[in-house]
Ligand binder design. Structure first.
Ligand code: AMP
Length: 356
């Protein structure tokens, strides 16, 4: 998209905002880092009294349900009875927007409006009204005009769609203690993949005592599965947080047929797919010993009690093992011996991946 197209959209936005607010002195608040160019250009087209400031949220996300918002740059003080107009470079799922709204929830502003240069209407969750939209775009990863890819490209005057390399999406499959997390750490480096472990996500939320963590805790403590709807939603959010990933390793997900079906639907909607499901095979006795060993240092309560461990195996047999047939039917199921030295097992996995 050319700079001329962007400028036309911004001029138009400035005119619309002016029509509503030129009789007062609104405070424009840009969201760093992405919005810096947008803010600079918009203000050049806005020929009326106004103030400008910035906020910056940390990339530490996912805690919105509790209202915890980590900020690196706070909103300015004394916004009471002022009209605040947020300037966002892009609104996609609405997750960041939710954090922003929380951030301003105690500021007693007169009016709180949201303007965005780019808007992905296809994936926006619709939670808040977006008052001013510059350009609607499809759900593709874009770079330039303030928006980055791994911090690069913000200085481009135009906007480009990132060309996706061929992605690899893997599911690491296997019973608790099979070594999925350990192997994922190696594979993610080797193939530049984003590792998503639903177990880790739950533990992160429990540690931070979020609403999601509190909900999951009662199940995890018993060695039961967290309900599908909760887990699927969390997983989707995490996939959507990483639109620039060159592939994913799903670890500990899917664990039920409903989760596997939801994963297929999610990936299809993004022109993605699972390339392989690789199971790490090991006997229950070996696994139980490994888990107890891990429990000595991990602090995980579900790793320390043989009753809970066996309950996890039982749940695996009932809910998760049937996924072998699900992925066999798609010709995606591979099995490797999960017993041996860590690097030997990594080599077995790499062989499967490289033959894909
Ligand atoms: P893990 O670290 O994968 O062993 O997961 C630890 C616990 O988190 C499990 O025993 C479940 O209670 C919960 N959990 C993790 N992933 C899922 C999932 N995909 N579905 C339901 N519960 C899960």
């Amino acid at each position: 998209m050319s700079n001329a197209q962007i400028q036309t959209a911004i001029k138009d936005l400035a005119a619309k905002i002016a029509a509503d607010h030129k009789e007062e002195t609104p405070v424009f608040i840009g969201v760093l880092n992405g919005a810096f160019m947008f803010v600079a250009d918009l203000l050049k087209y806005y020929d009326h009294p106004c103030e400008v400031s910035f906020v910056k949220l940390s990339s530490y996300q996912g805690l919105t349900s509790t209202g915890i918002v980590e900020t690196l740059l706070d909103p300015p003080e004394n916004l009471e009875n002022r009209t605040v107009i947020i300037l966002e470079d892009i609104i996609d799922t609405g997750r960041t927007l939710k954090e922003l709204v929380h951030l301003f929830s105690n500021t007693n502003v007169k009016e709180f409006k949201i303007a965005t240069l780019f808007y992905k209407s296809e994936i926006y969750n619709g939670e808040y009204t977006i008052d001013y939209v510059g350009i609607e775009i499809p759900d593709k990863f874009i770079v330039g005009y303030g928006l980055d890819y791994n911090e690069l490209g913000r200085n481009l005057k135009e906007v480009y769609q990132l060309k996706q390399q061929h992605m690899i999406n893997l599911v690491l499959f296997g019973k608790p203690g099979a070594g999925k997390g350990t192997q994922a750490e190696f594979l993610k480096e080797k193939y530049n993949l984003k590792h998503i472990s639903t177990g880790d996500l739950f533990r992160f939320n429990m540690k931070n005592n979020t609403e999601l963590g509190q909900l999951a805790k009662s199940y995890i403590d018993k060695g039961d599965l967290v309900p599908d709807e909760v887990t699927i939603k969390m997983l989707q959010d995490d996939v959507e947080k990483n639109p620039d990933a060159s592939g994913f390793i799903f670890d500990g997900f899917p664990r039920t047929t409903a989760q596997a079906e939801a994963l297929d639907v999610l990936l299809q909607s993004k022109d993605m797919q699972i390339d392989a499901v690789i199971a790490l095979e090991a006997d229950d006795d070996v696994l139980e010993k490994r888990i107890i060993e891990r429990g000595k240092t991990s602090g995980r309560t579900d790793d320390q009690d043989p009753v809970k461990i066996r309950n996890r195996f039982a749940n695996y047999a009932k809910d998760t093992a049937p996924l072998k047939d699900f992925y066999d039917a798609q010709n995606k199921f591979h099995s490797v011996n999960g017993i041996g030295a860590i690097d030997e097992i990594t080599a077995r996995l790499a062989k499967v991946i490289e033959e894909l």
